[in-house]
Design a protein around this ligand. Structure first.
Ligand SMILES: [Fe+2]
Ligand SMILES: [Fe+2]
Length: 365
């Protein structure tokens, strides 16, 4: 019942977005970048900067929802809370090698993402600003494997290049990306090609090690996505002006961190193997040349590291949290991983514009 209400409200916001100009052509007009004229003397309208930050976050949450929906259709629990696919038994079983509850966690993460964009869009409208609707860009193909809905998608989970350097970034005690430091990936092979994180069709369901490599890719991708959200919210929160908008960011951001730590734990359980089809290697992270504190798989909490100034004591923190260019950086991170492979020029123009507007926001009080 509750979820039905939620779905109804989601649909109503999508429709409202459509009314606001989604049918218009050209990325600049898809959104209508200026806030609607506010009523004279209206109380509580958002500053343009706060609206821009919320709109960028809403767009990313819509994209995040789209990718999680695809995972849920094939590897999550199928129920009325997250309707859609019918599940893929073999892919779900391969994911469960990482944890017997993977289907539940995938389902719950997916539902959370729906609520993130639903809420931010509703909040934008409640404060006299424009919601975000990306429906016009739902053009990418679905997986043809048993279990997936055949609908247009915003994101592509079938050609991913996954940067797993967050693994070592969160274990370093002496480095911080905000100081310009770089970190080696846990799974170097995932940065050296394009790999499916969901079965593209039923041919990907065999042999077993190939399907397990796809499930392992998903397992690392889950954490890669959620660590991005973990950094993005505190990075952008530094430039919002309205205390209530700050509360929105400070209340959603930590749920991304809750997701991240869960997935960090599960990724460590990915079985070491070599994909017999494409040669992708998932190394044994507890054995040389890996192993030690930088790689051991039961270290899932952040190690303390340098923060703000090297003269201050080390601190256990989210990293990075630099605010300058954070939106453009998040967009580049998602683009570089191949998440938008096949998207139109208009899509990239719109997303870059939303990011630039969010990065132009400054604290006004
Ligand atoms: Fe989210
Ligand atoms: Fe998330």
């Amino acid at each position: 019942m509750e979820s039905e209400q939620r779905l109804t409200s989601r649909r109503s916001f999508l429709l409202r977005g459509a009314v606001l100009g989604v049918a218009a052509t050209g990325a600049g007009r898809v959104m209508g970048f200026s806030a609607p004229a506010r009523a004279a003397g209206a109380v509580g309208s958002l500053s343009s900067g706060d609206a821009a930050i919320l709109r960028f976050l809403s767009a990313l949450e819509i994209l995040e929802t789209d990718l999680w929906q695809q995972y849920n259709e094939l590897g999550g629990i199928q129920d009325a809370e997250v309707p859609g696919g019918t599940g893929n038994r073999r892919y779900t079983a391969a994911l469960k090698k990482l944890d017997g509850d993977m289907d539940q966690y995938i389902h719950d993460n997916t539902e959370d993402e729906f609520t993130h964009f639903d809420f931010i869009n509703a909040y934008l409208v409640s404060r006299g600003a424009q919601a975000v609707n990306l429906d016009t860009f739902r053009t990418l193909p679905s997986s043809k494997a048993t279990g997936a809905q055949q609908i247009g998608r915003l994101t592509n989970l079938m050609q991913l290049t996954v940067d797993t350097s967050w693994w070592t970034r969160y274990r370093s005690r002496t480095k911080n990306p905000d100081f310009g430091d770089t970190f080696p990936p846990a799974v170097p092979g995932l940065l050296q090609g394009q790999f499916p994180a969901i079965p593209r069709d039923n041919n990907d369901l065999t042999p077993d090690k190939h399907l397990q490599a796809i499930a392992n890719t998903a397992g690392f991708h889950f954490a890669t996505i959620e660590q991005g959200g973990t950094s993005l919210y505190p990075s952008l929160a530094q430039r919002v002006s309205d205390v209530e908008v700050l509360r929105v960011l400070l209340s959603i951001g930590p749920t991304e961190a809750l997701h991240f730590q869960t997935w960090h734990d599960k990724a460590g359980n990915a079985p070491p193997l070599t994909d017999p089809i494409n040669g992708l290697v998932f190394p044994h992270l507890n054995a040389p040349p890996f192993g030690g504190e930088d790689f051991q798989t039961n270290l899932i909490m952040p190690e303390p590291t340098i923060f703000l100034n090297r003269s201050l004591p080390v601190c256990s923190i989210v990293r990075p949290t630099e605010t300058a260019g954070a939106a453009a950086g998040a967009l580049k991170f998602l683009t570089d991983m191949g998440l938008f492979s096949g998207q139109s020029d208009d899509f990239f123009t719109l997303m870059k514009t939303l990011a630039a507007q969010a990065d132009a926001a400054t604290r006004t009080c």
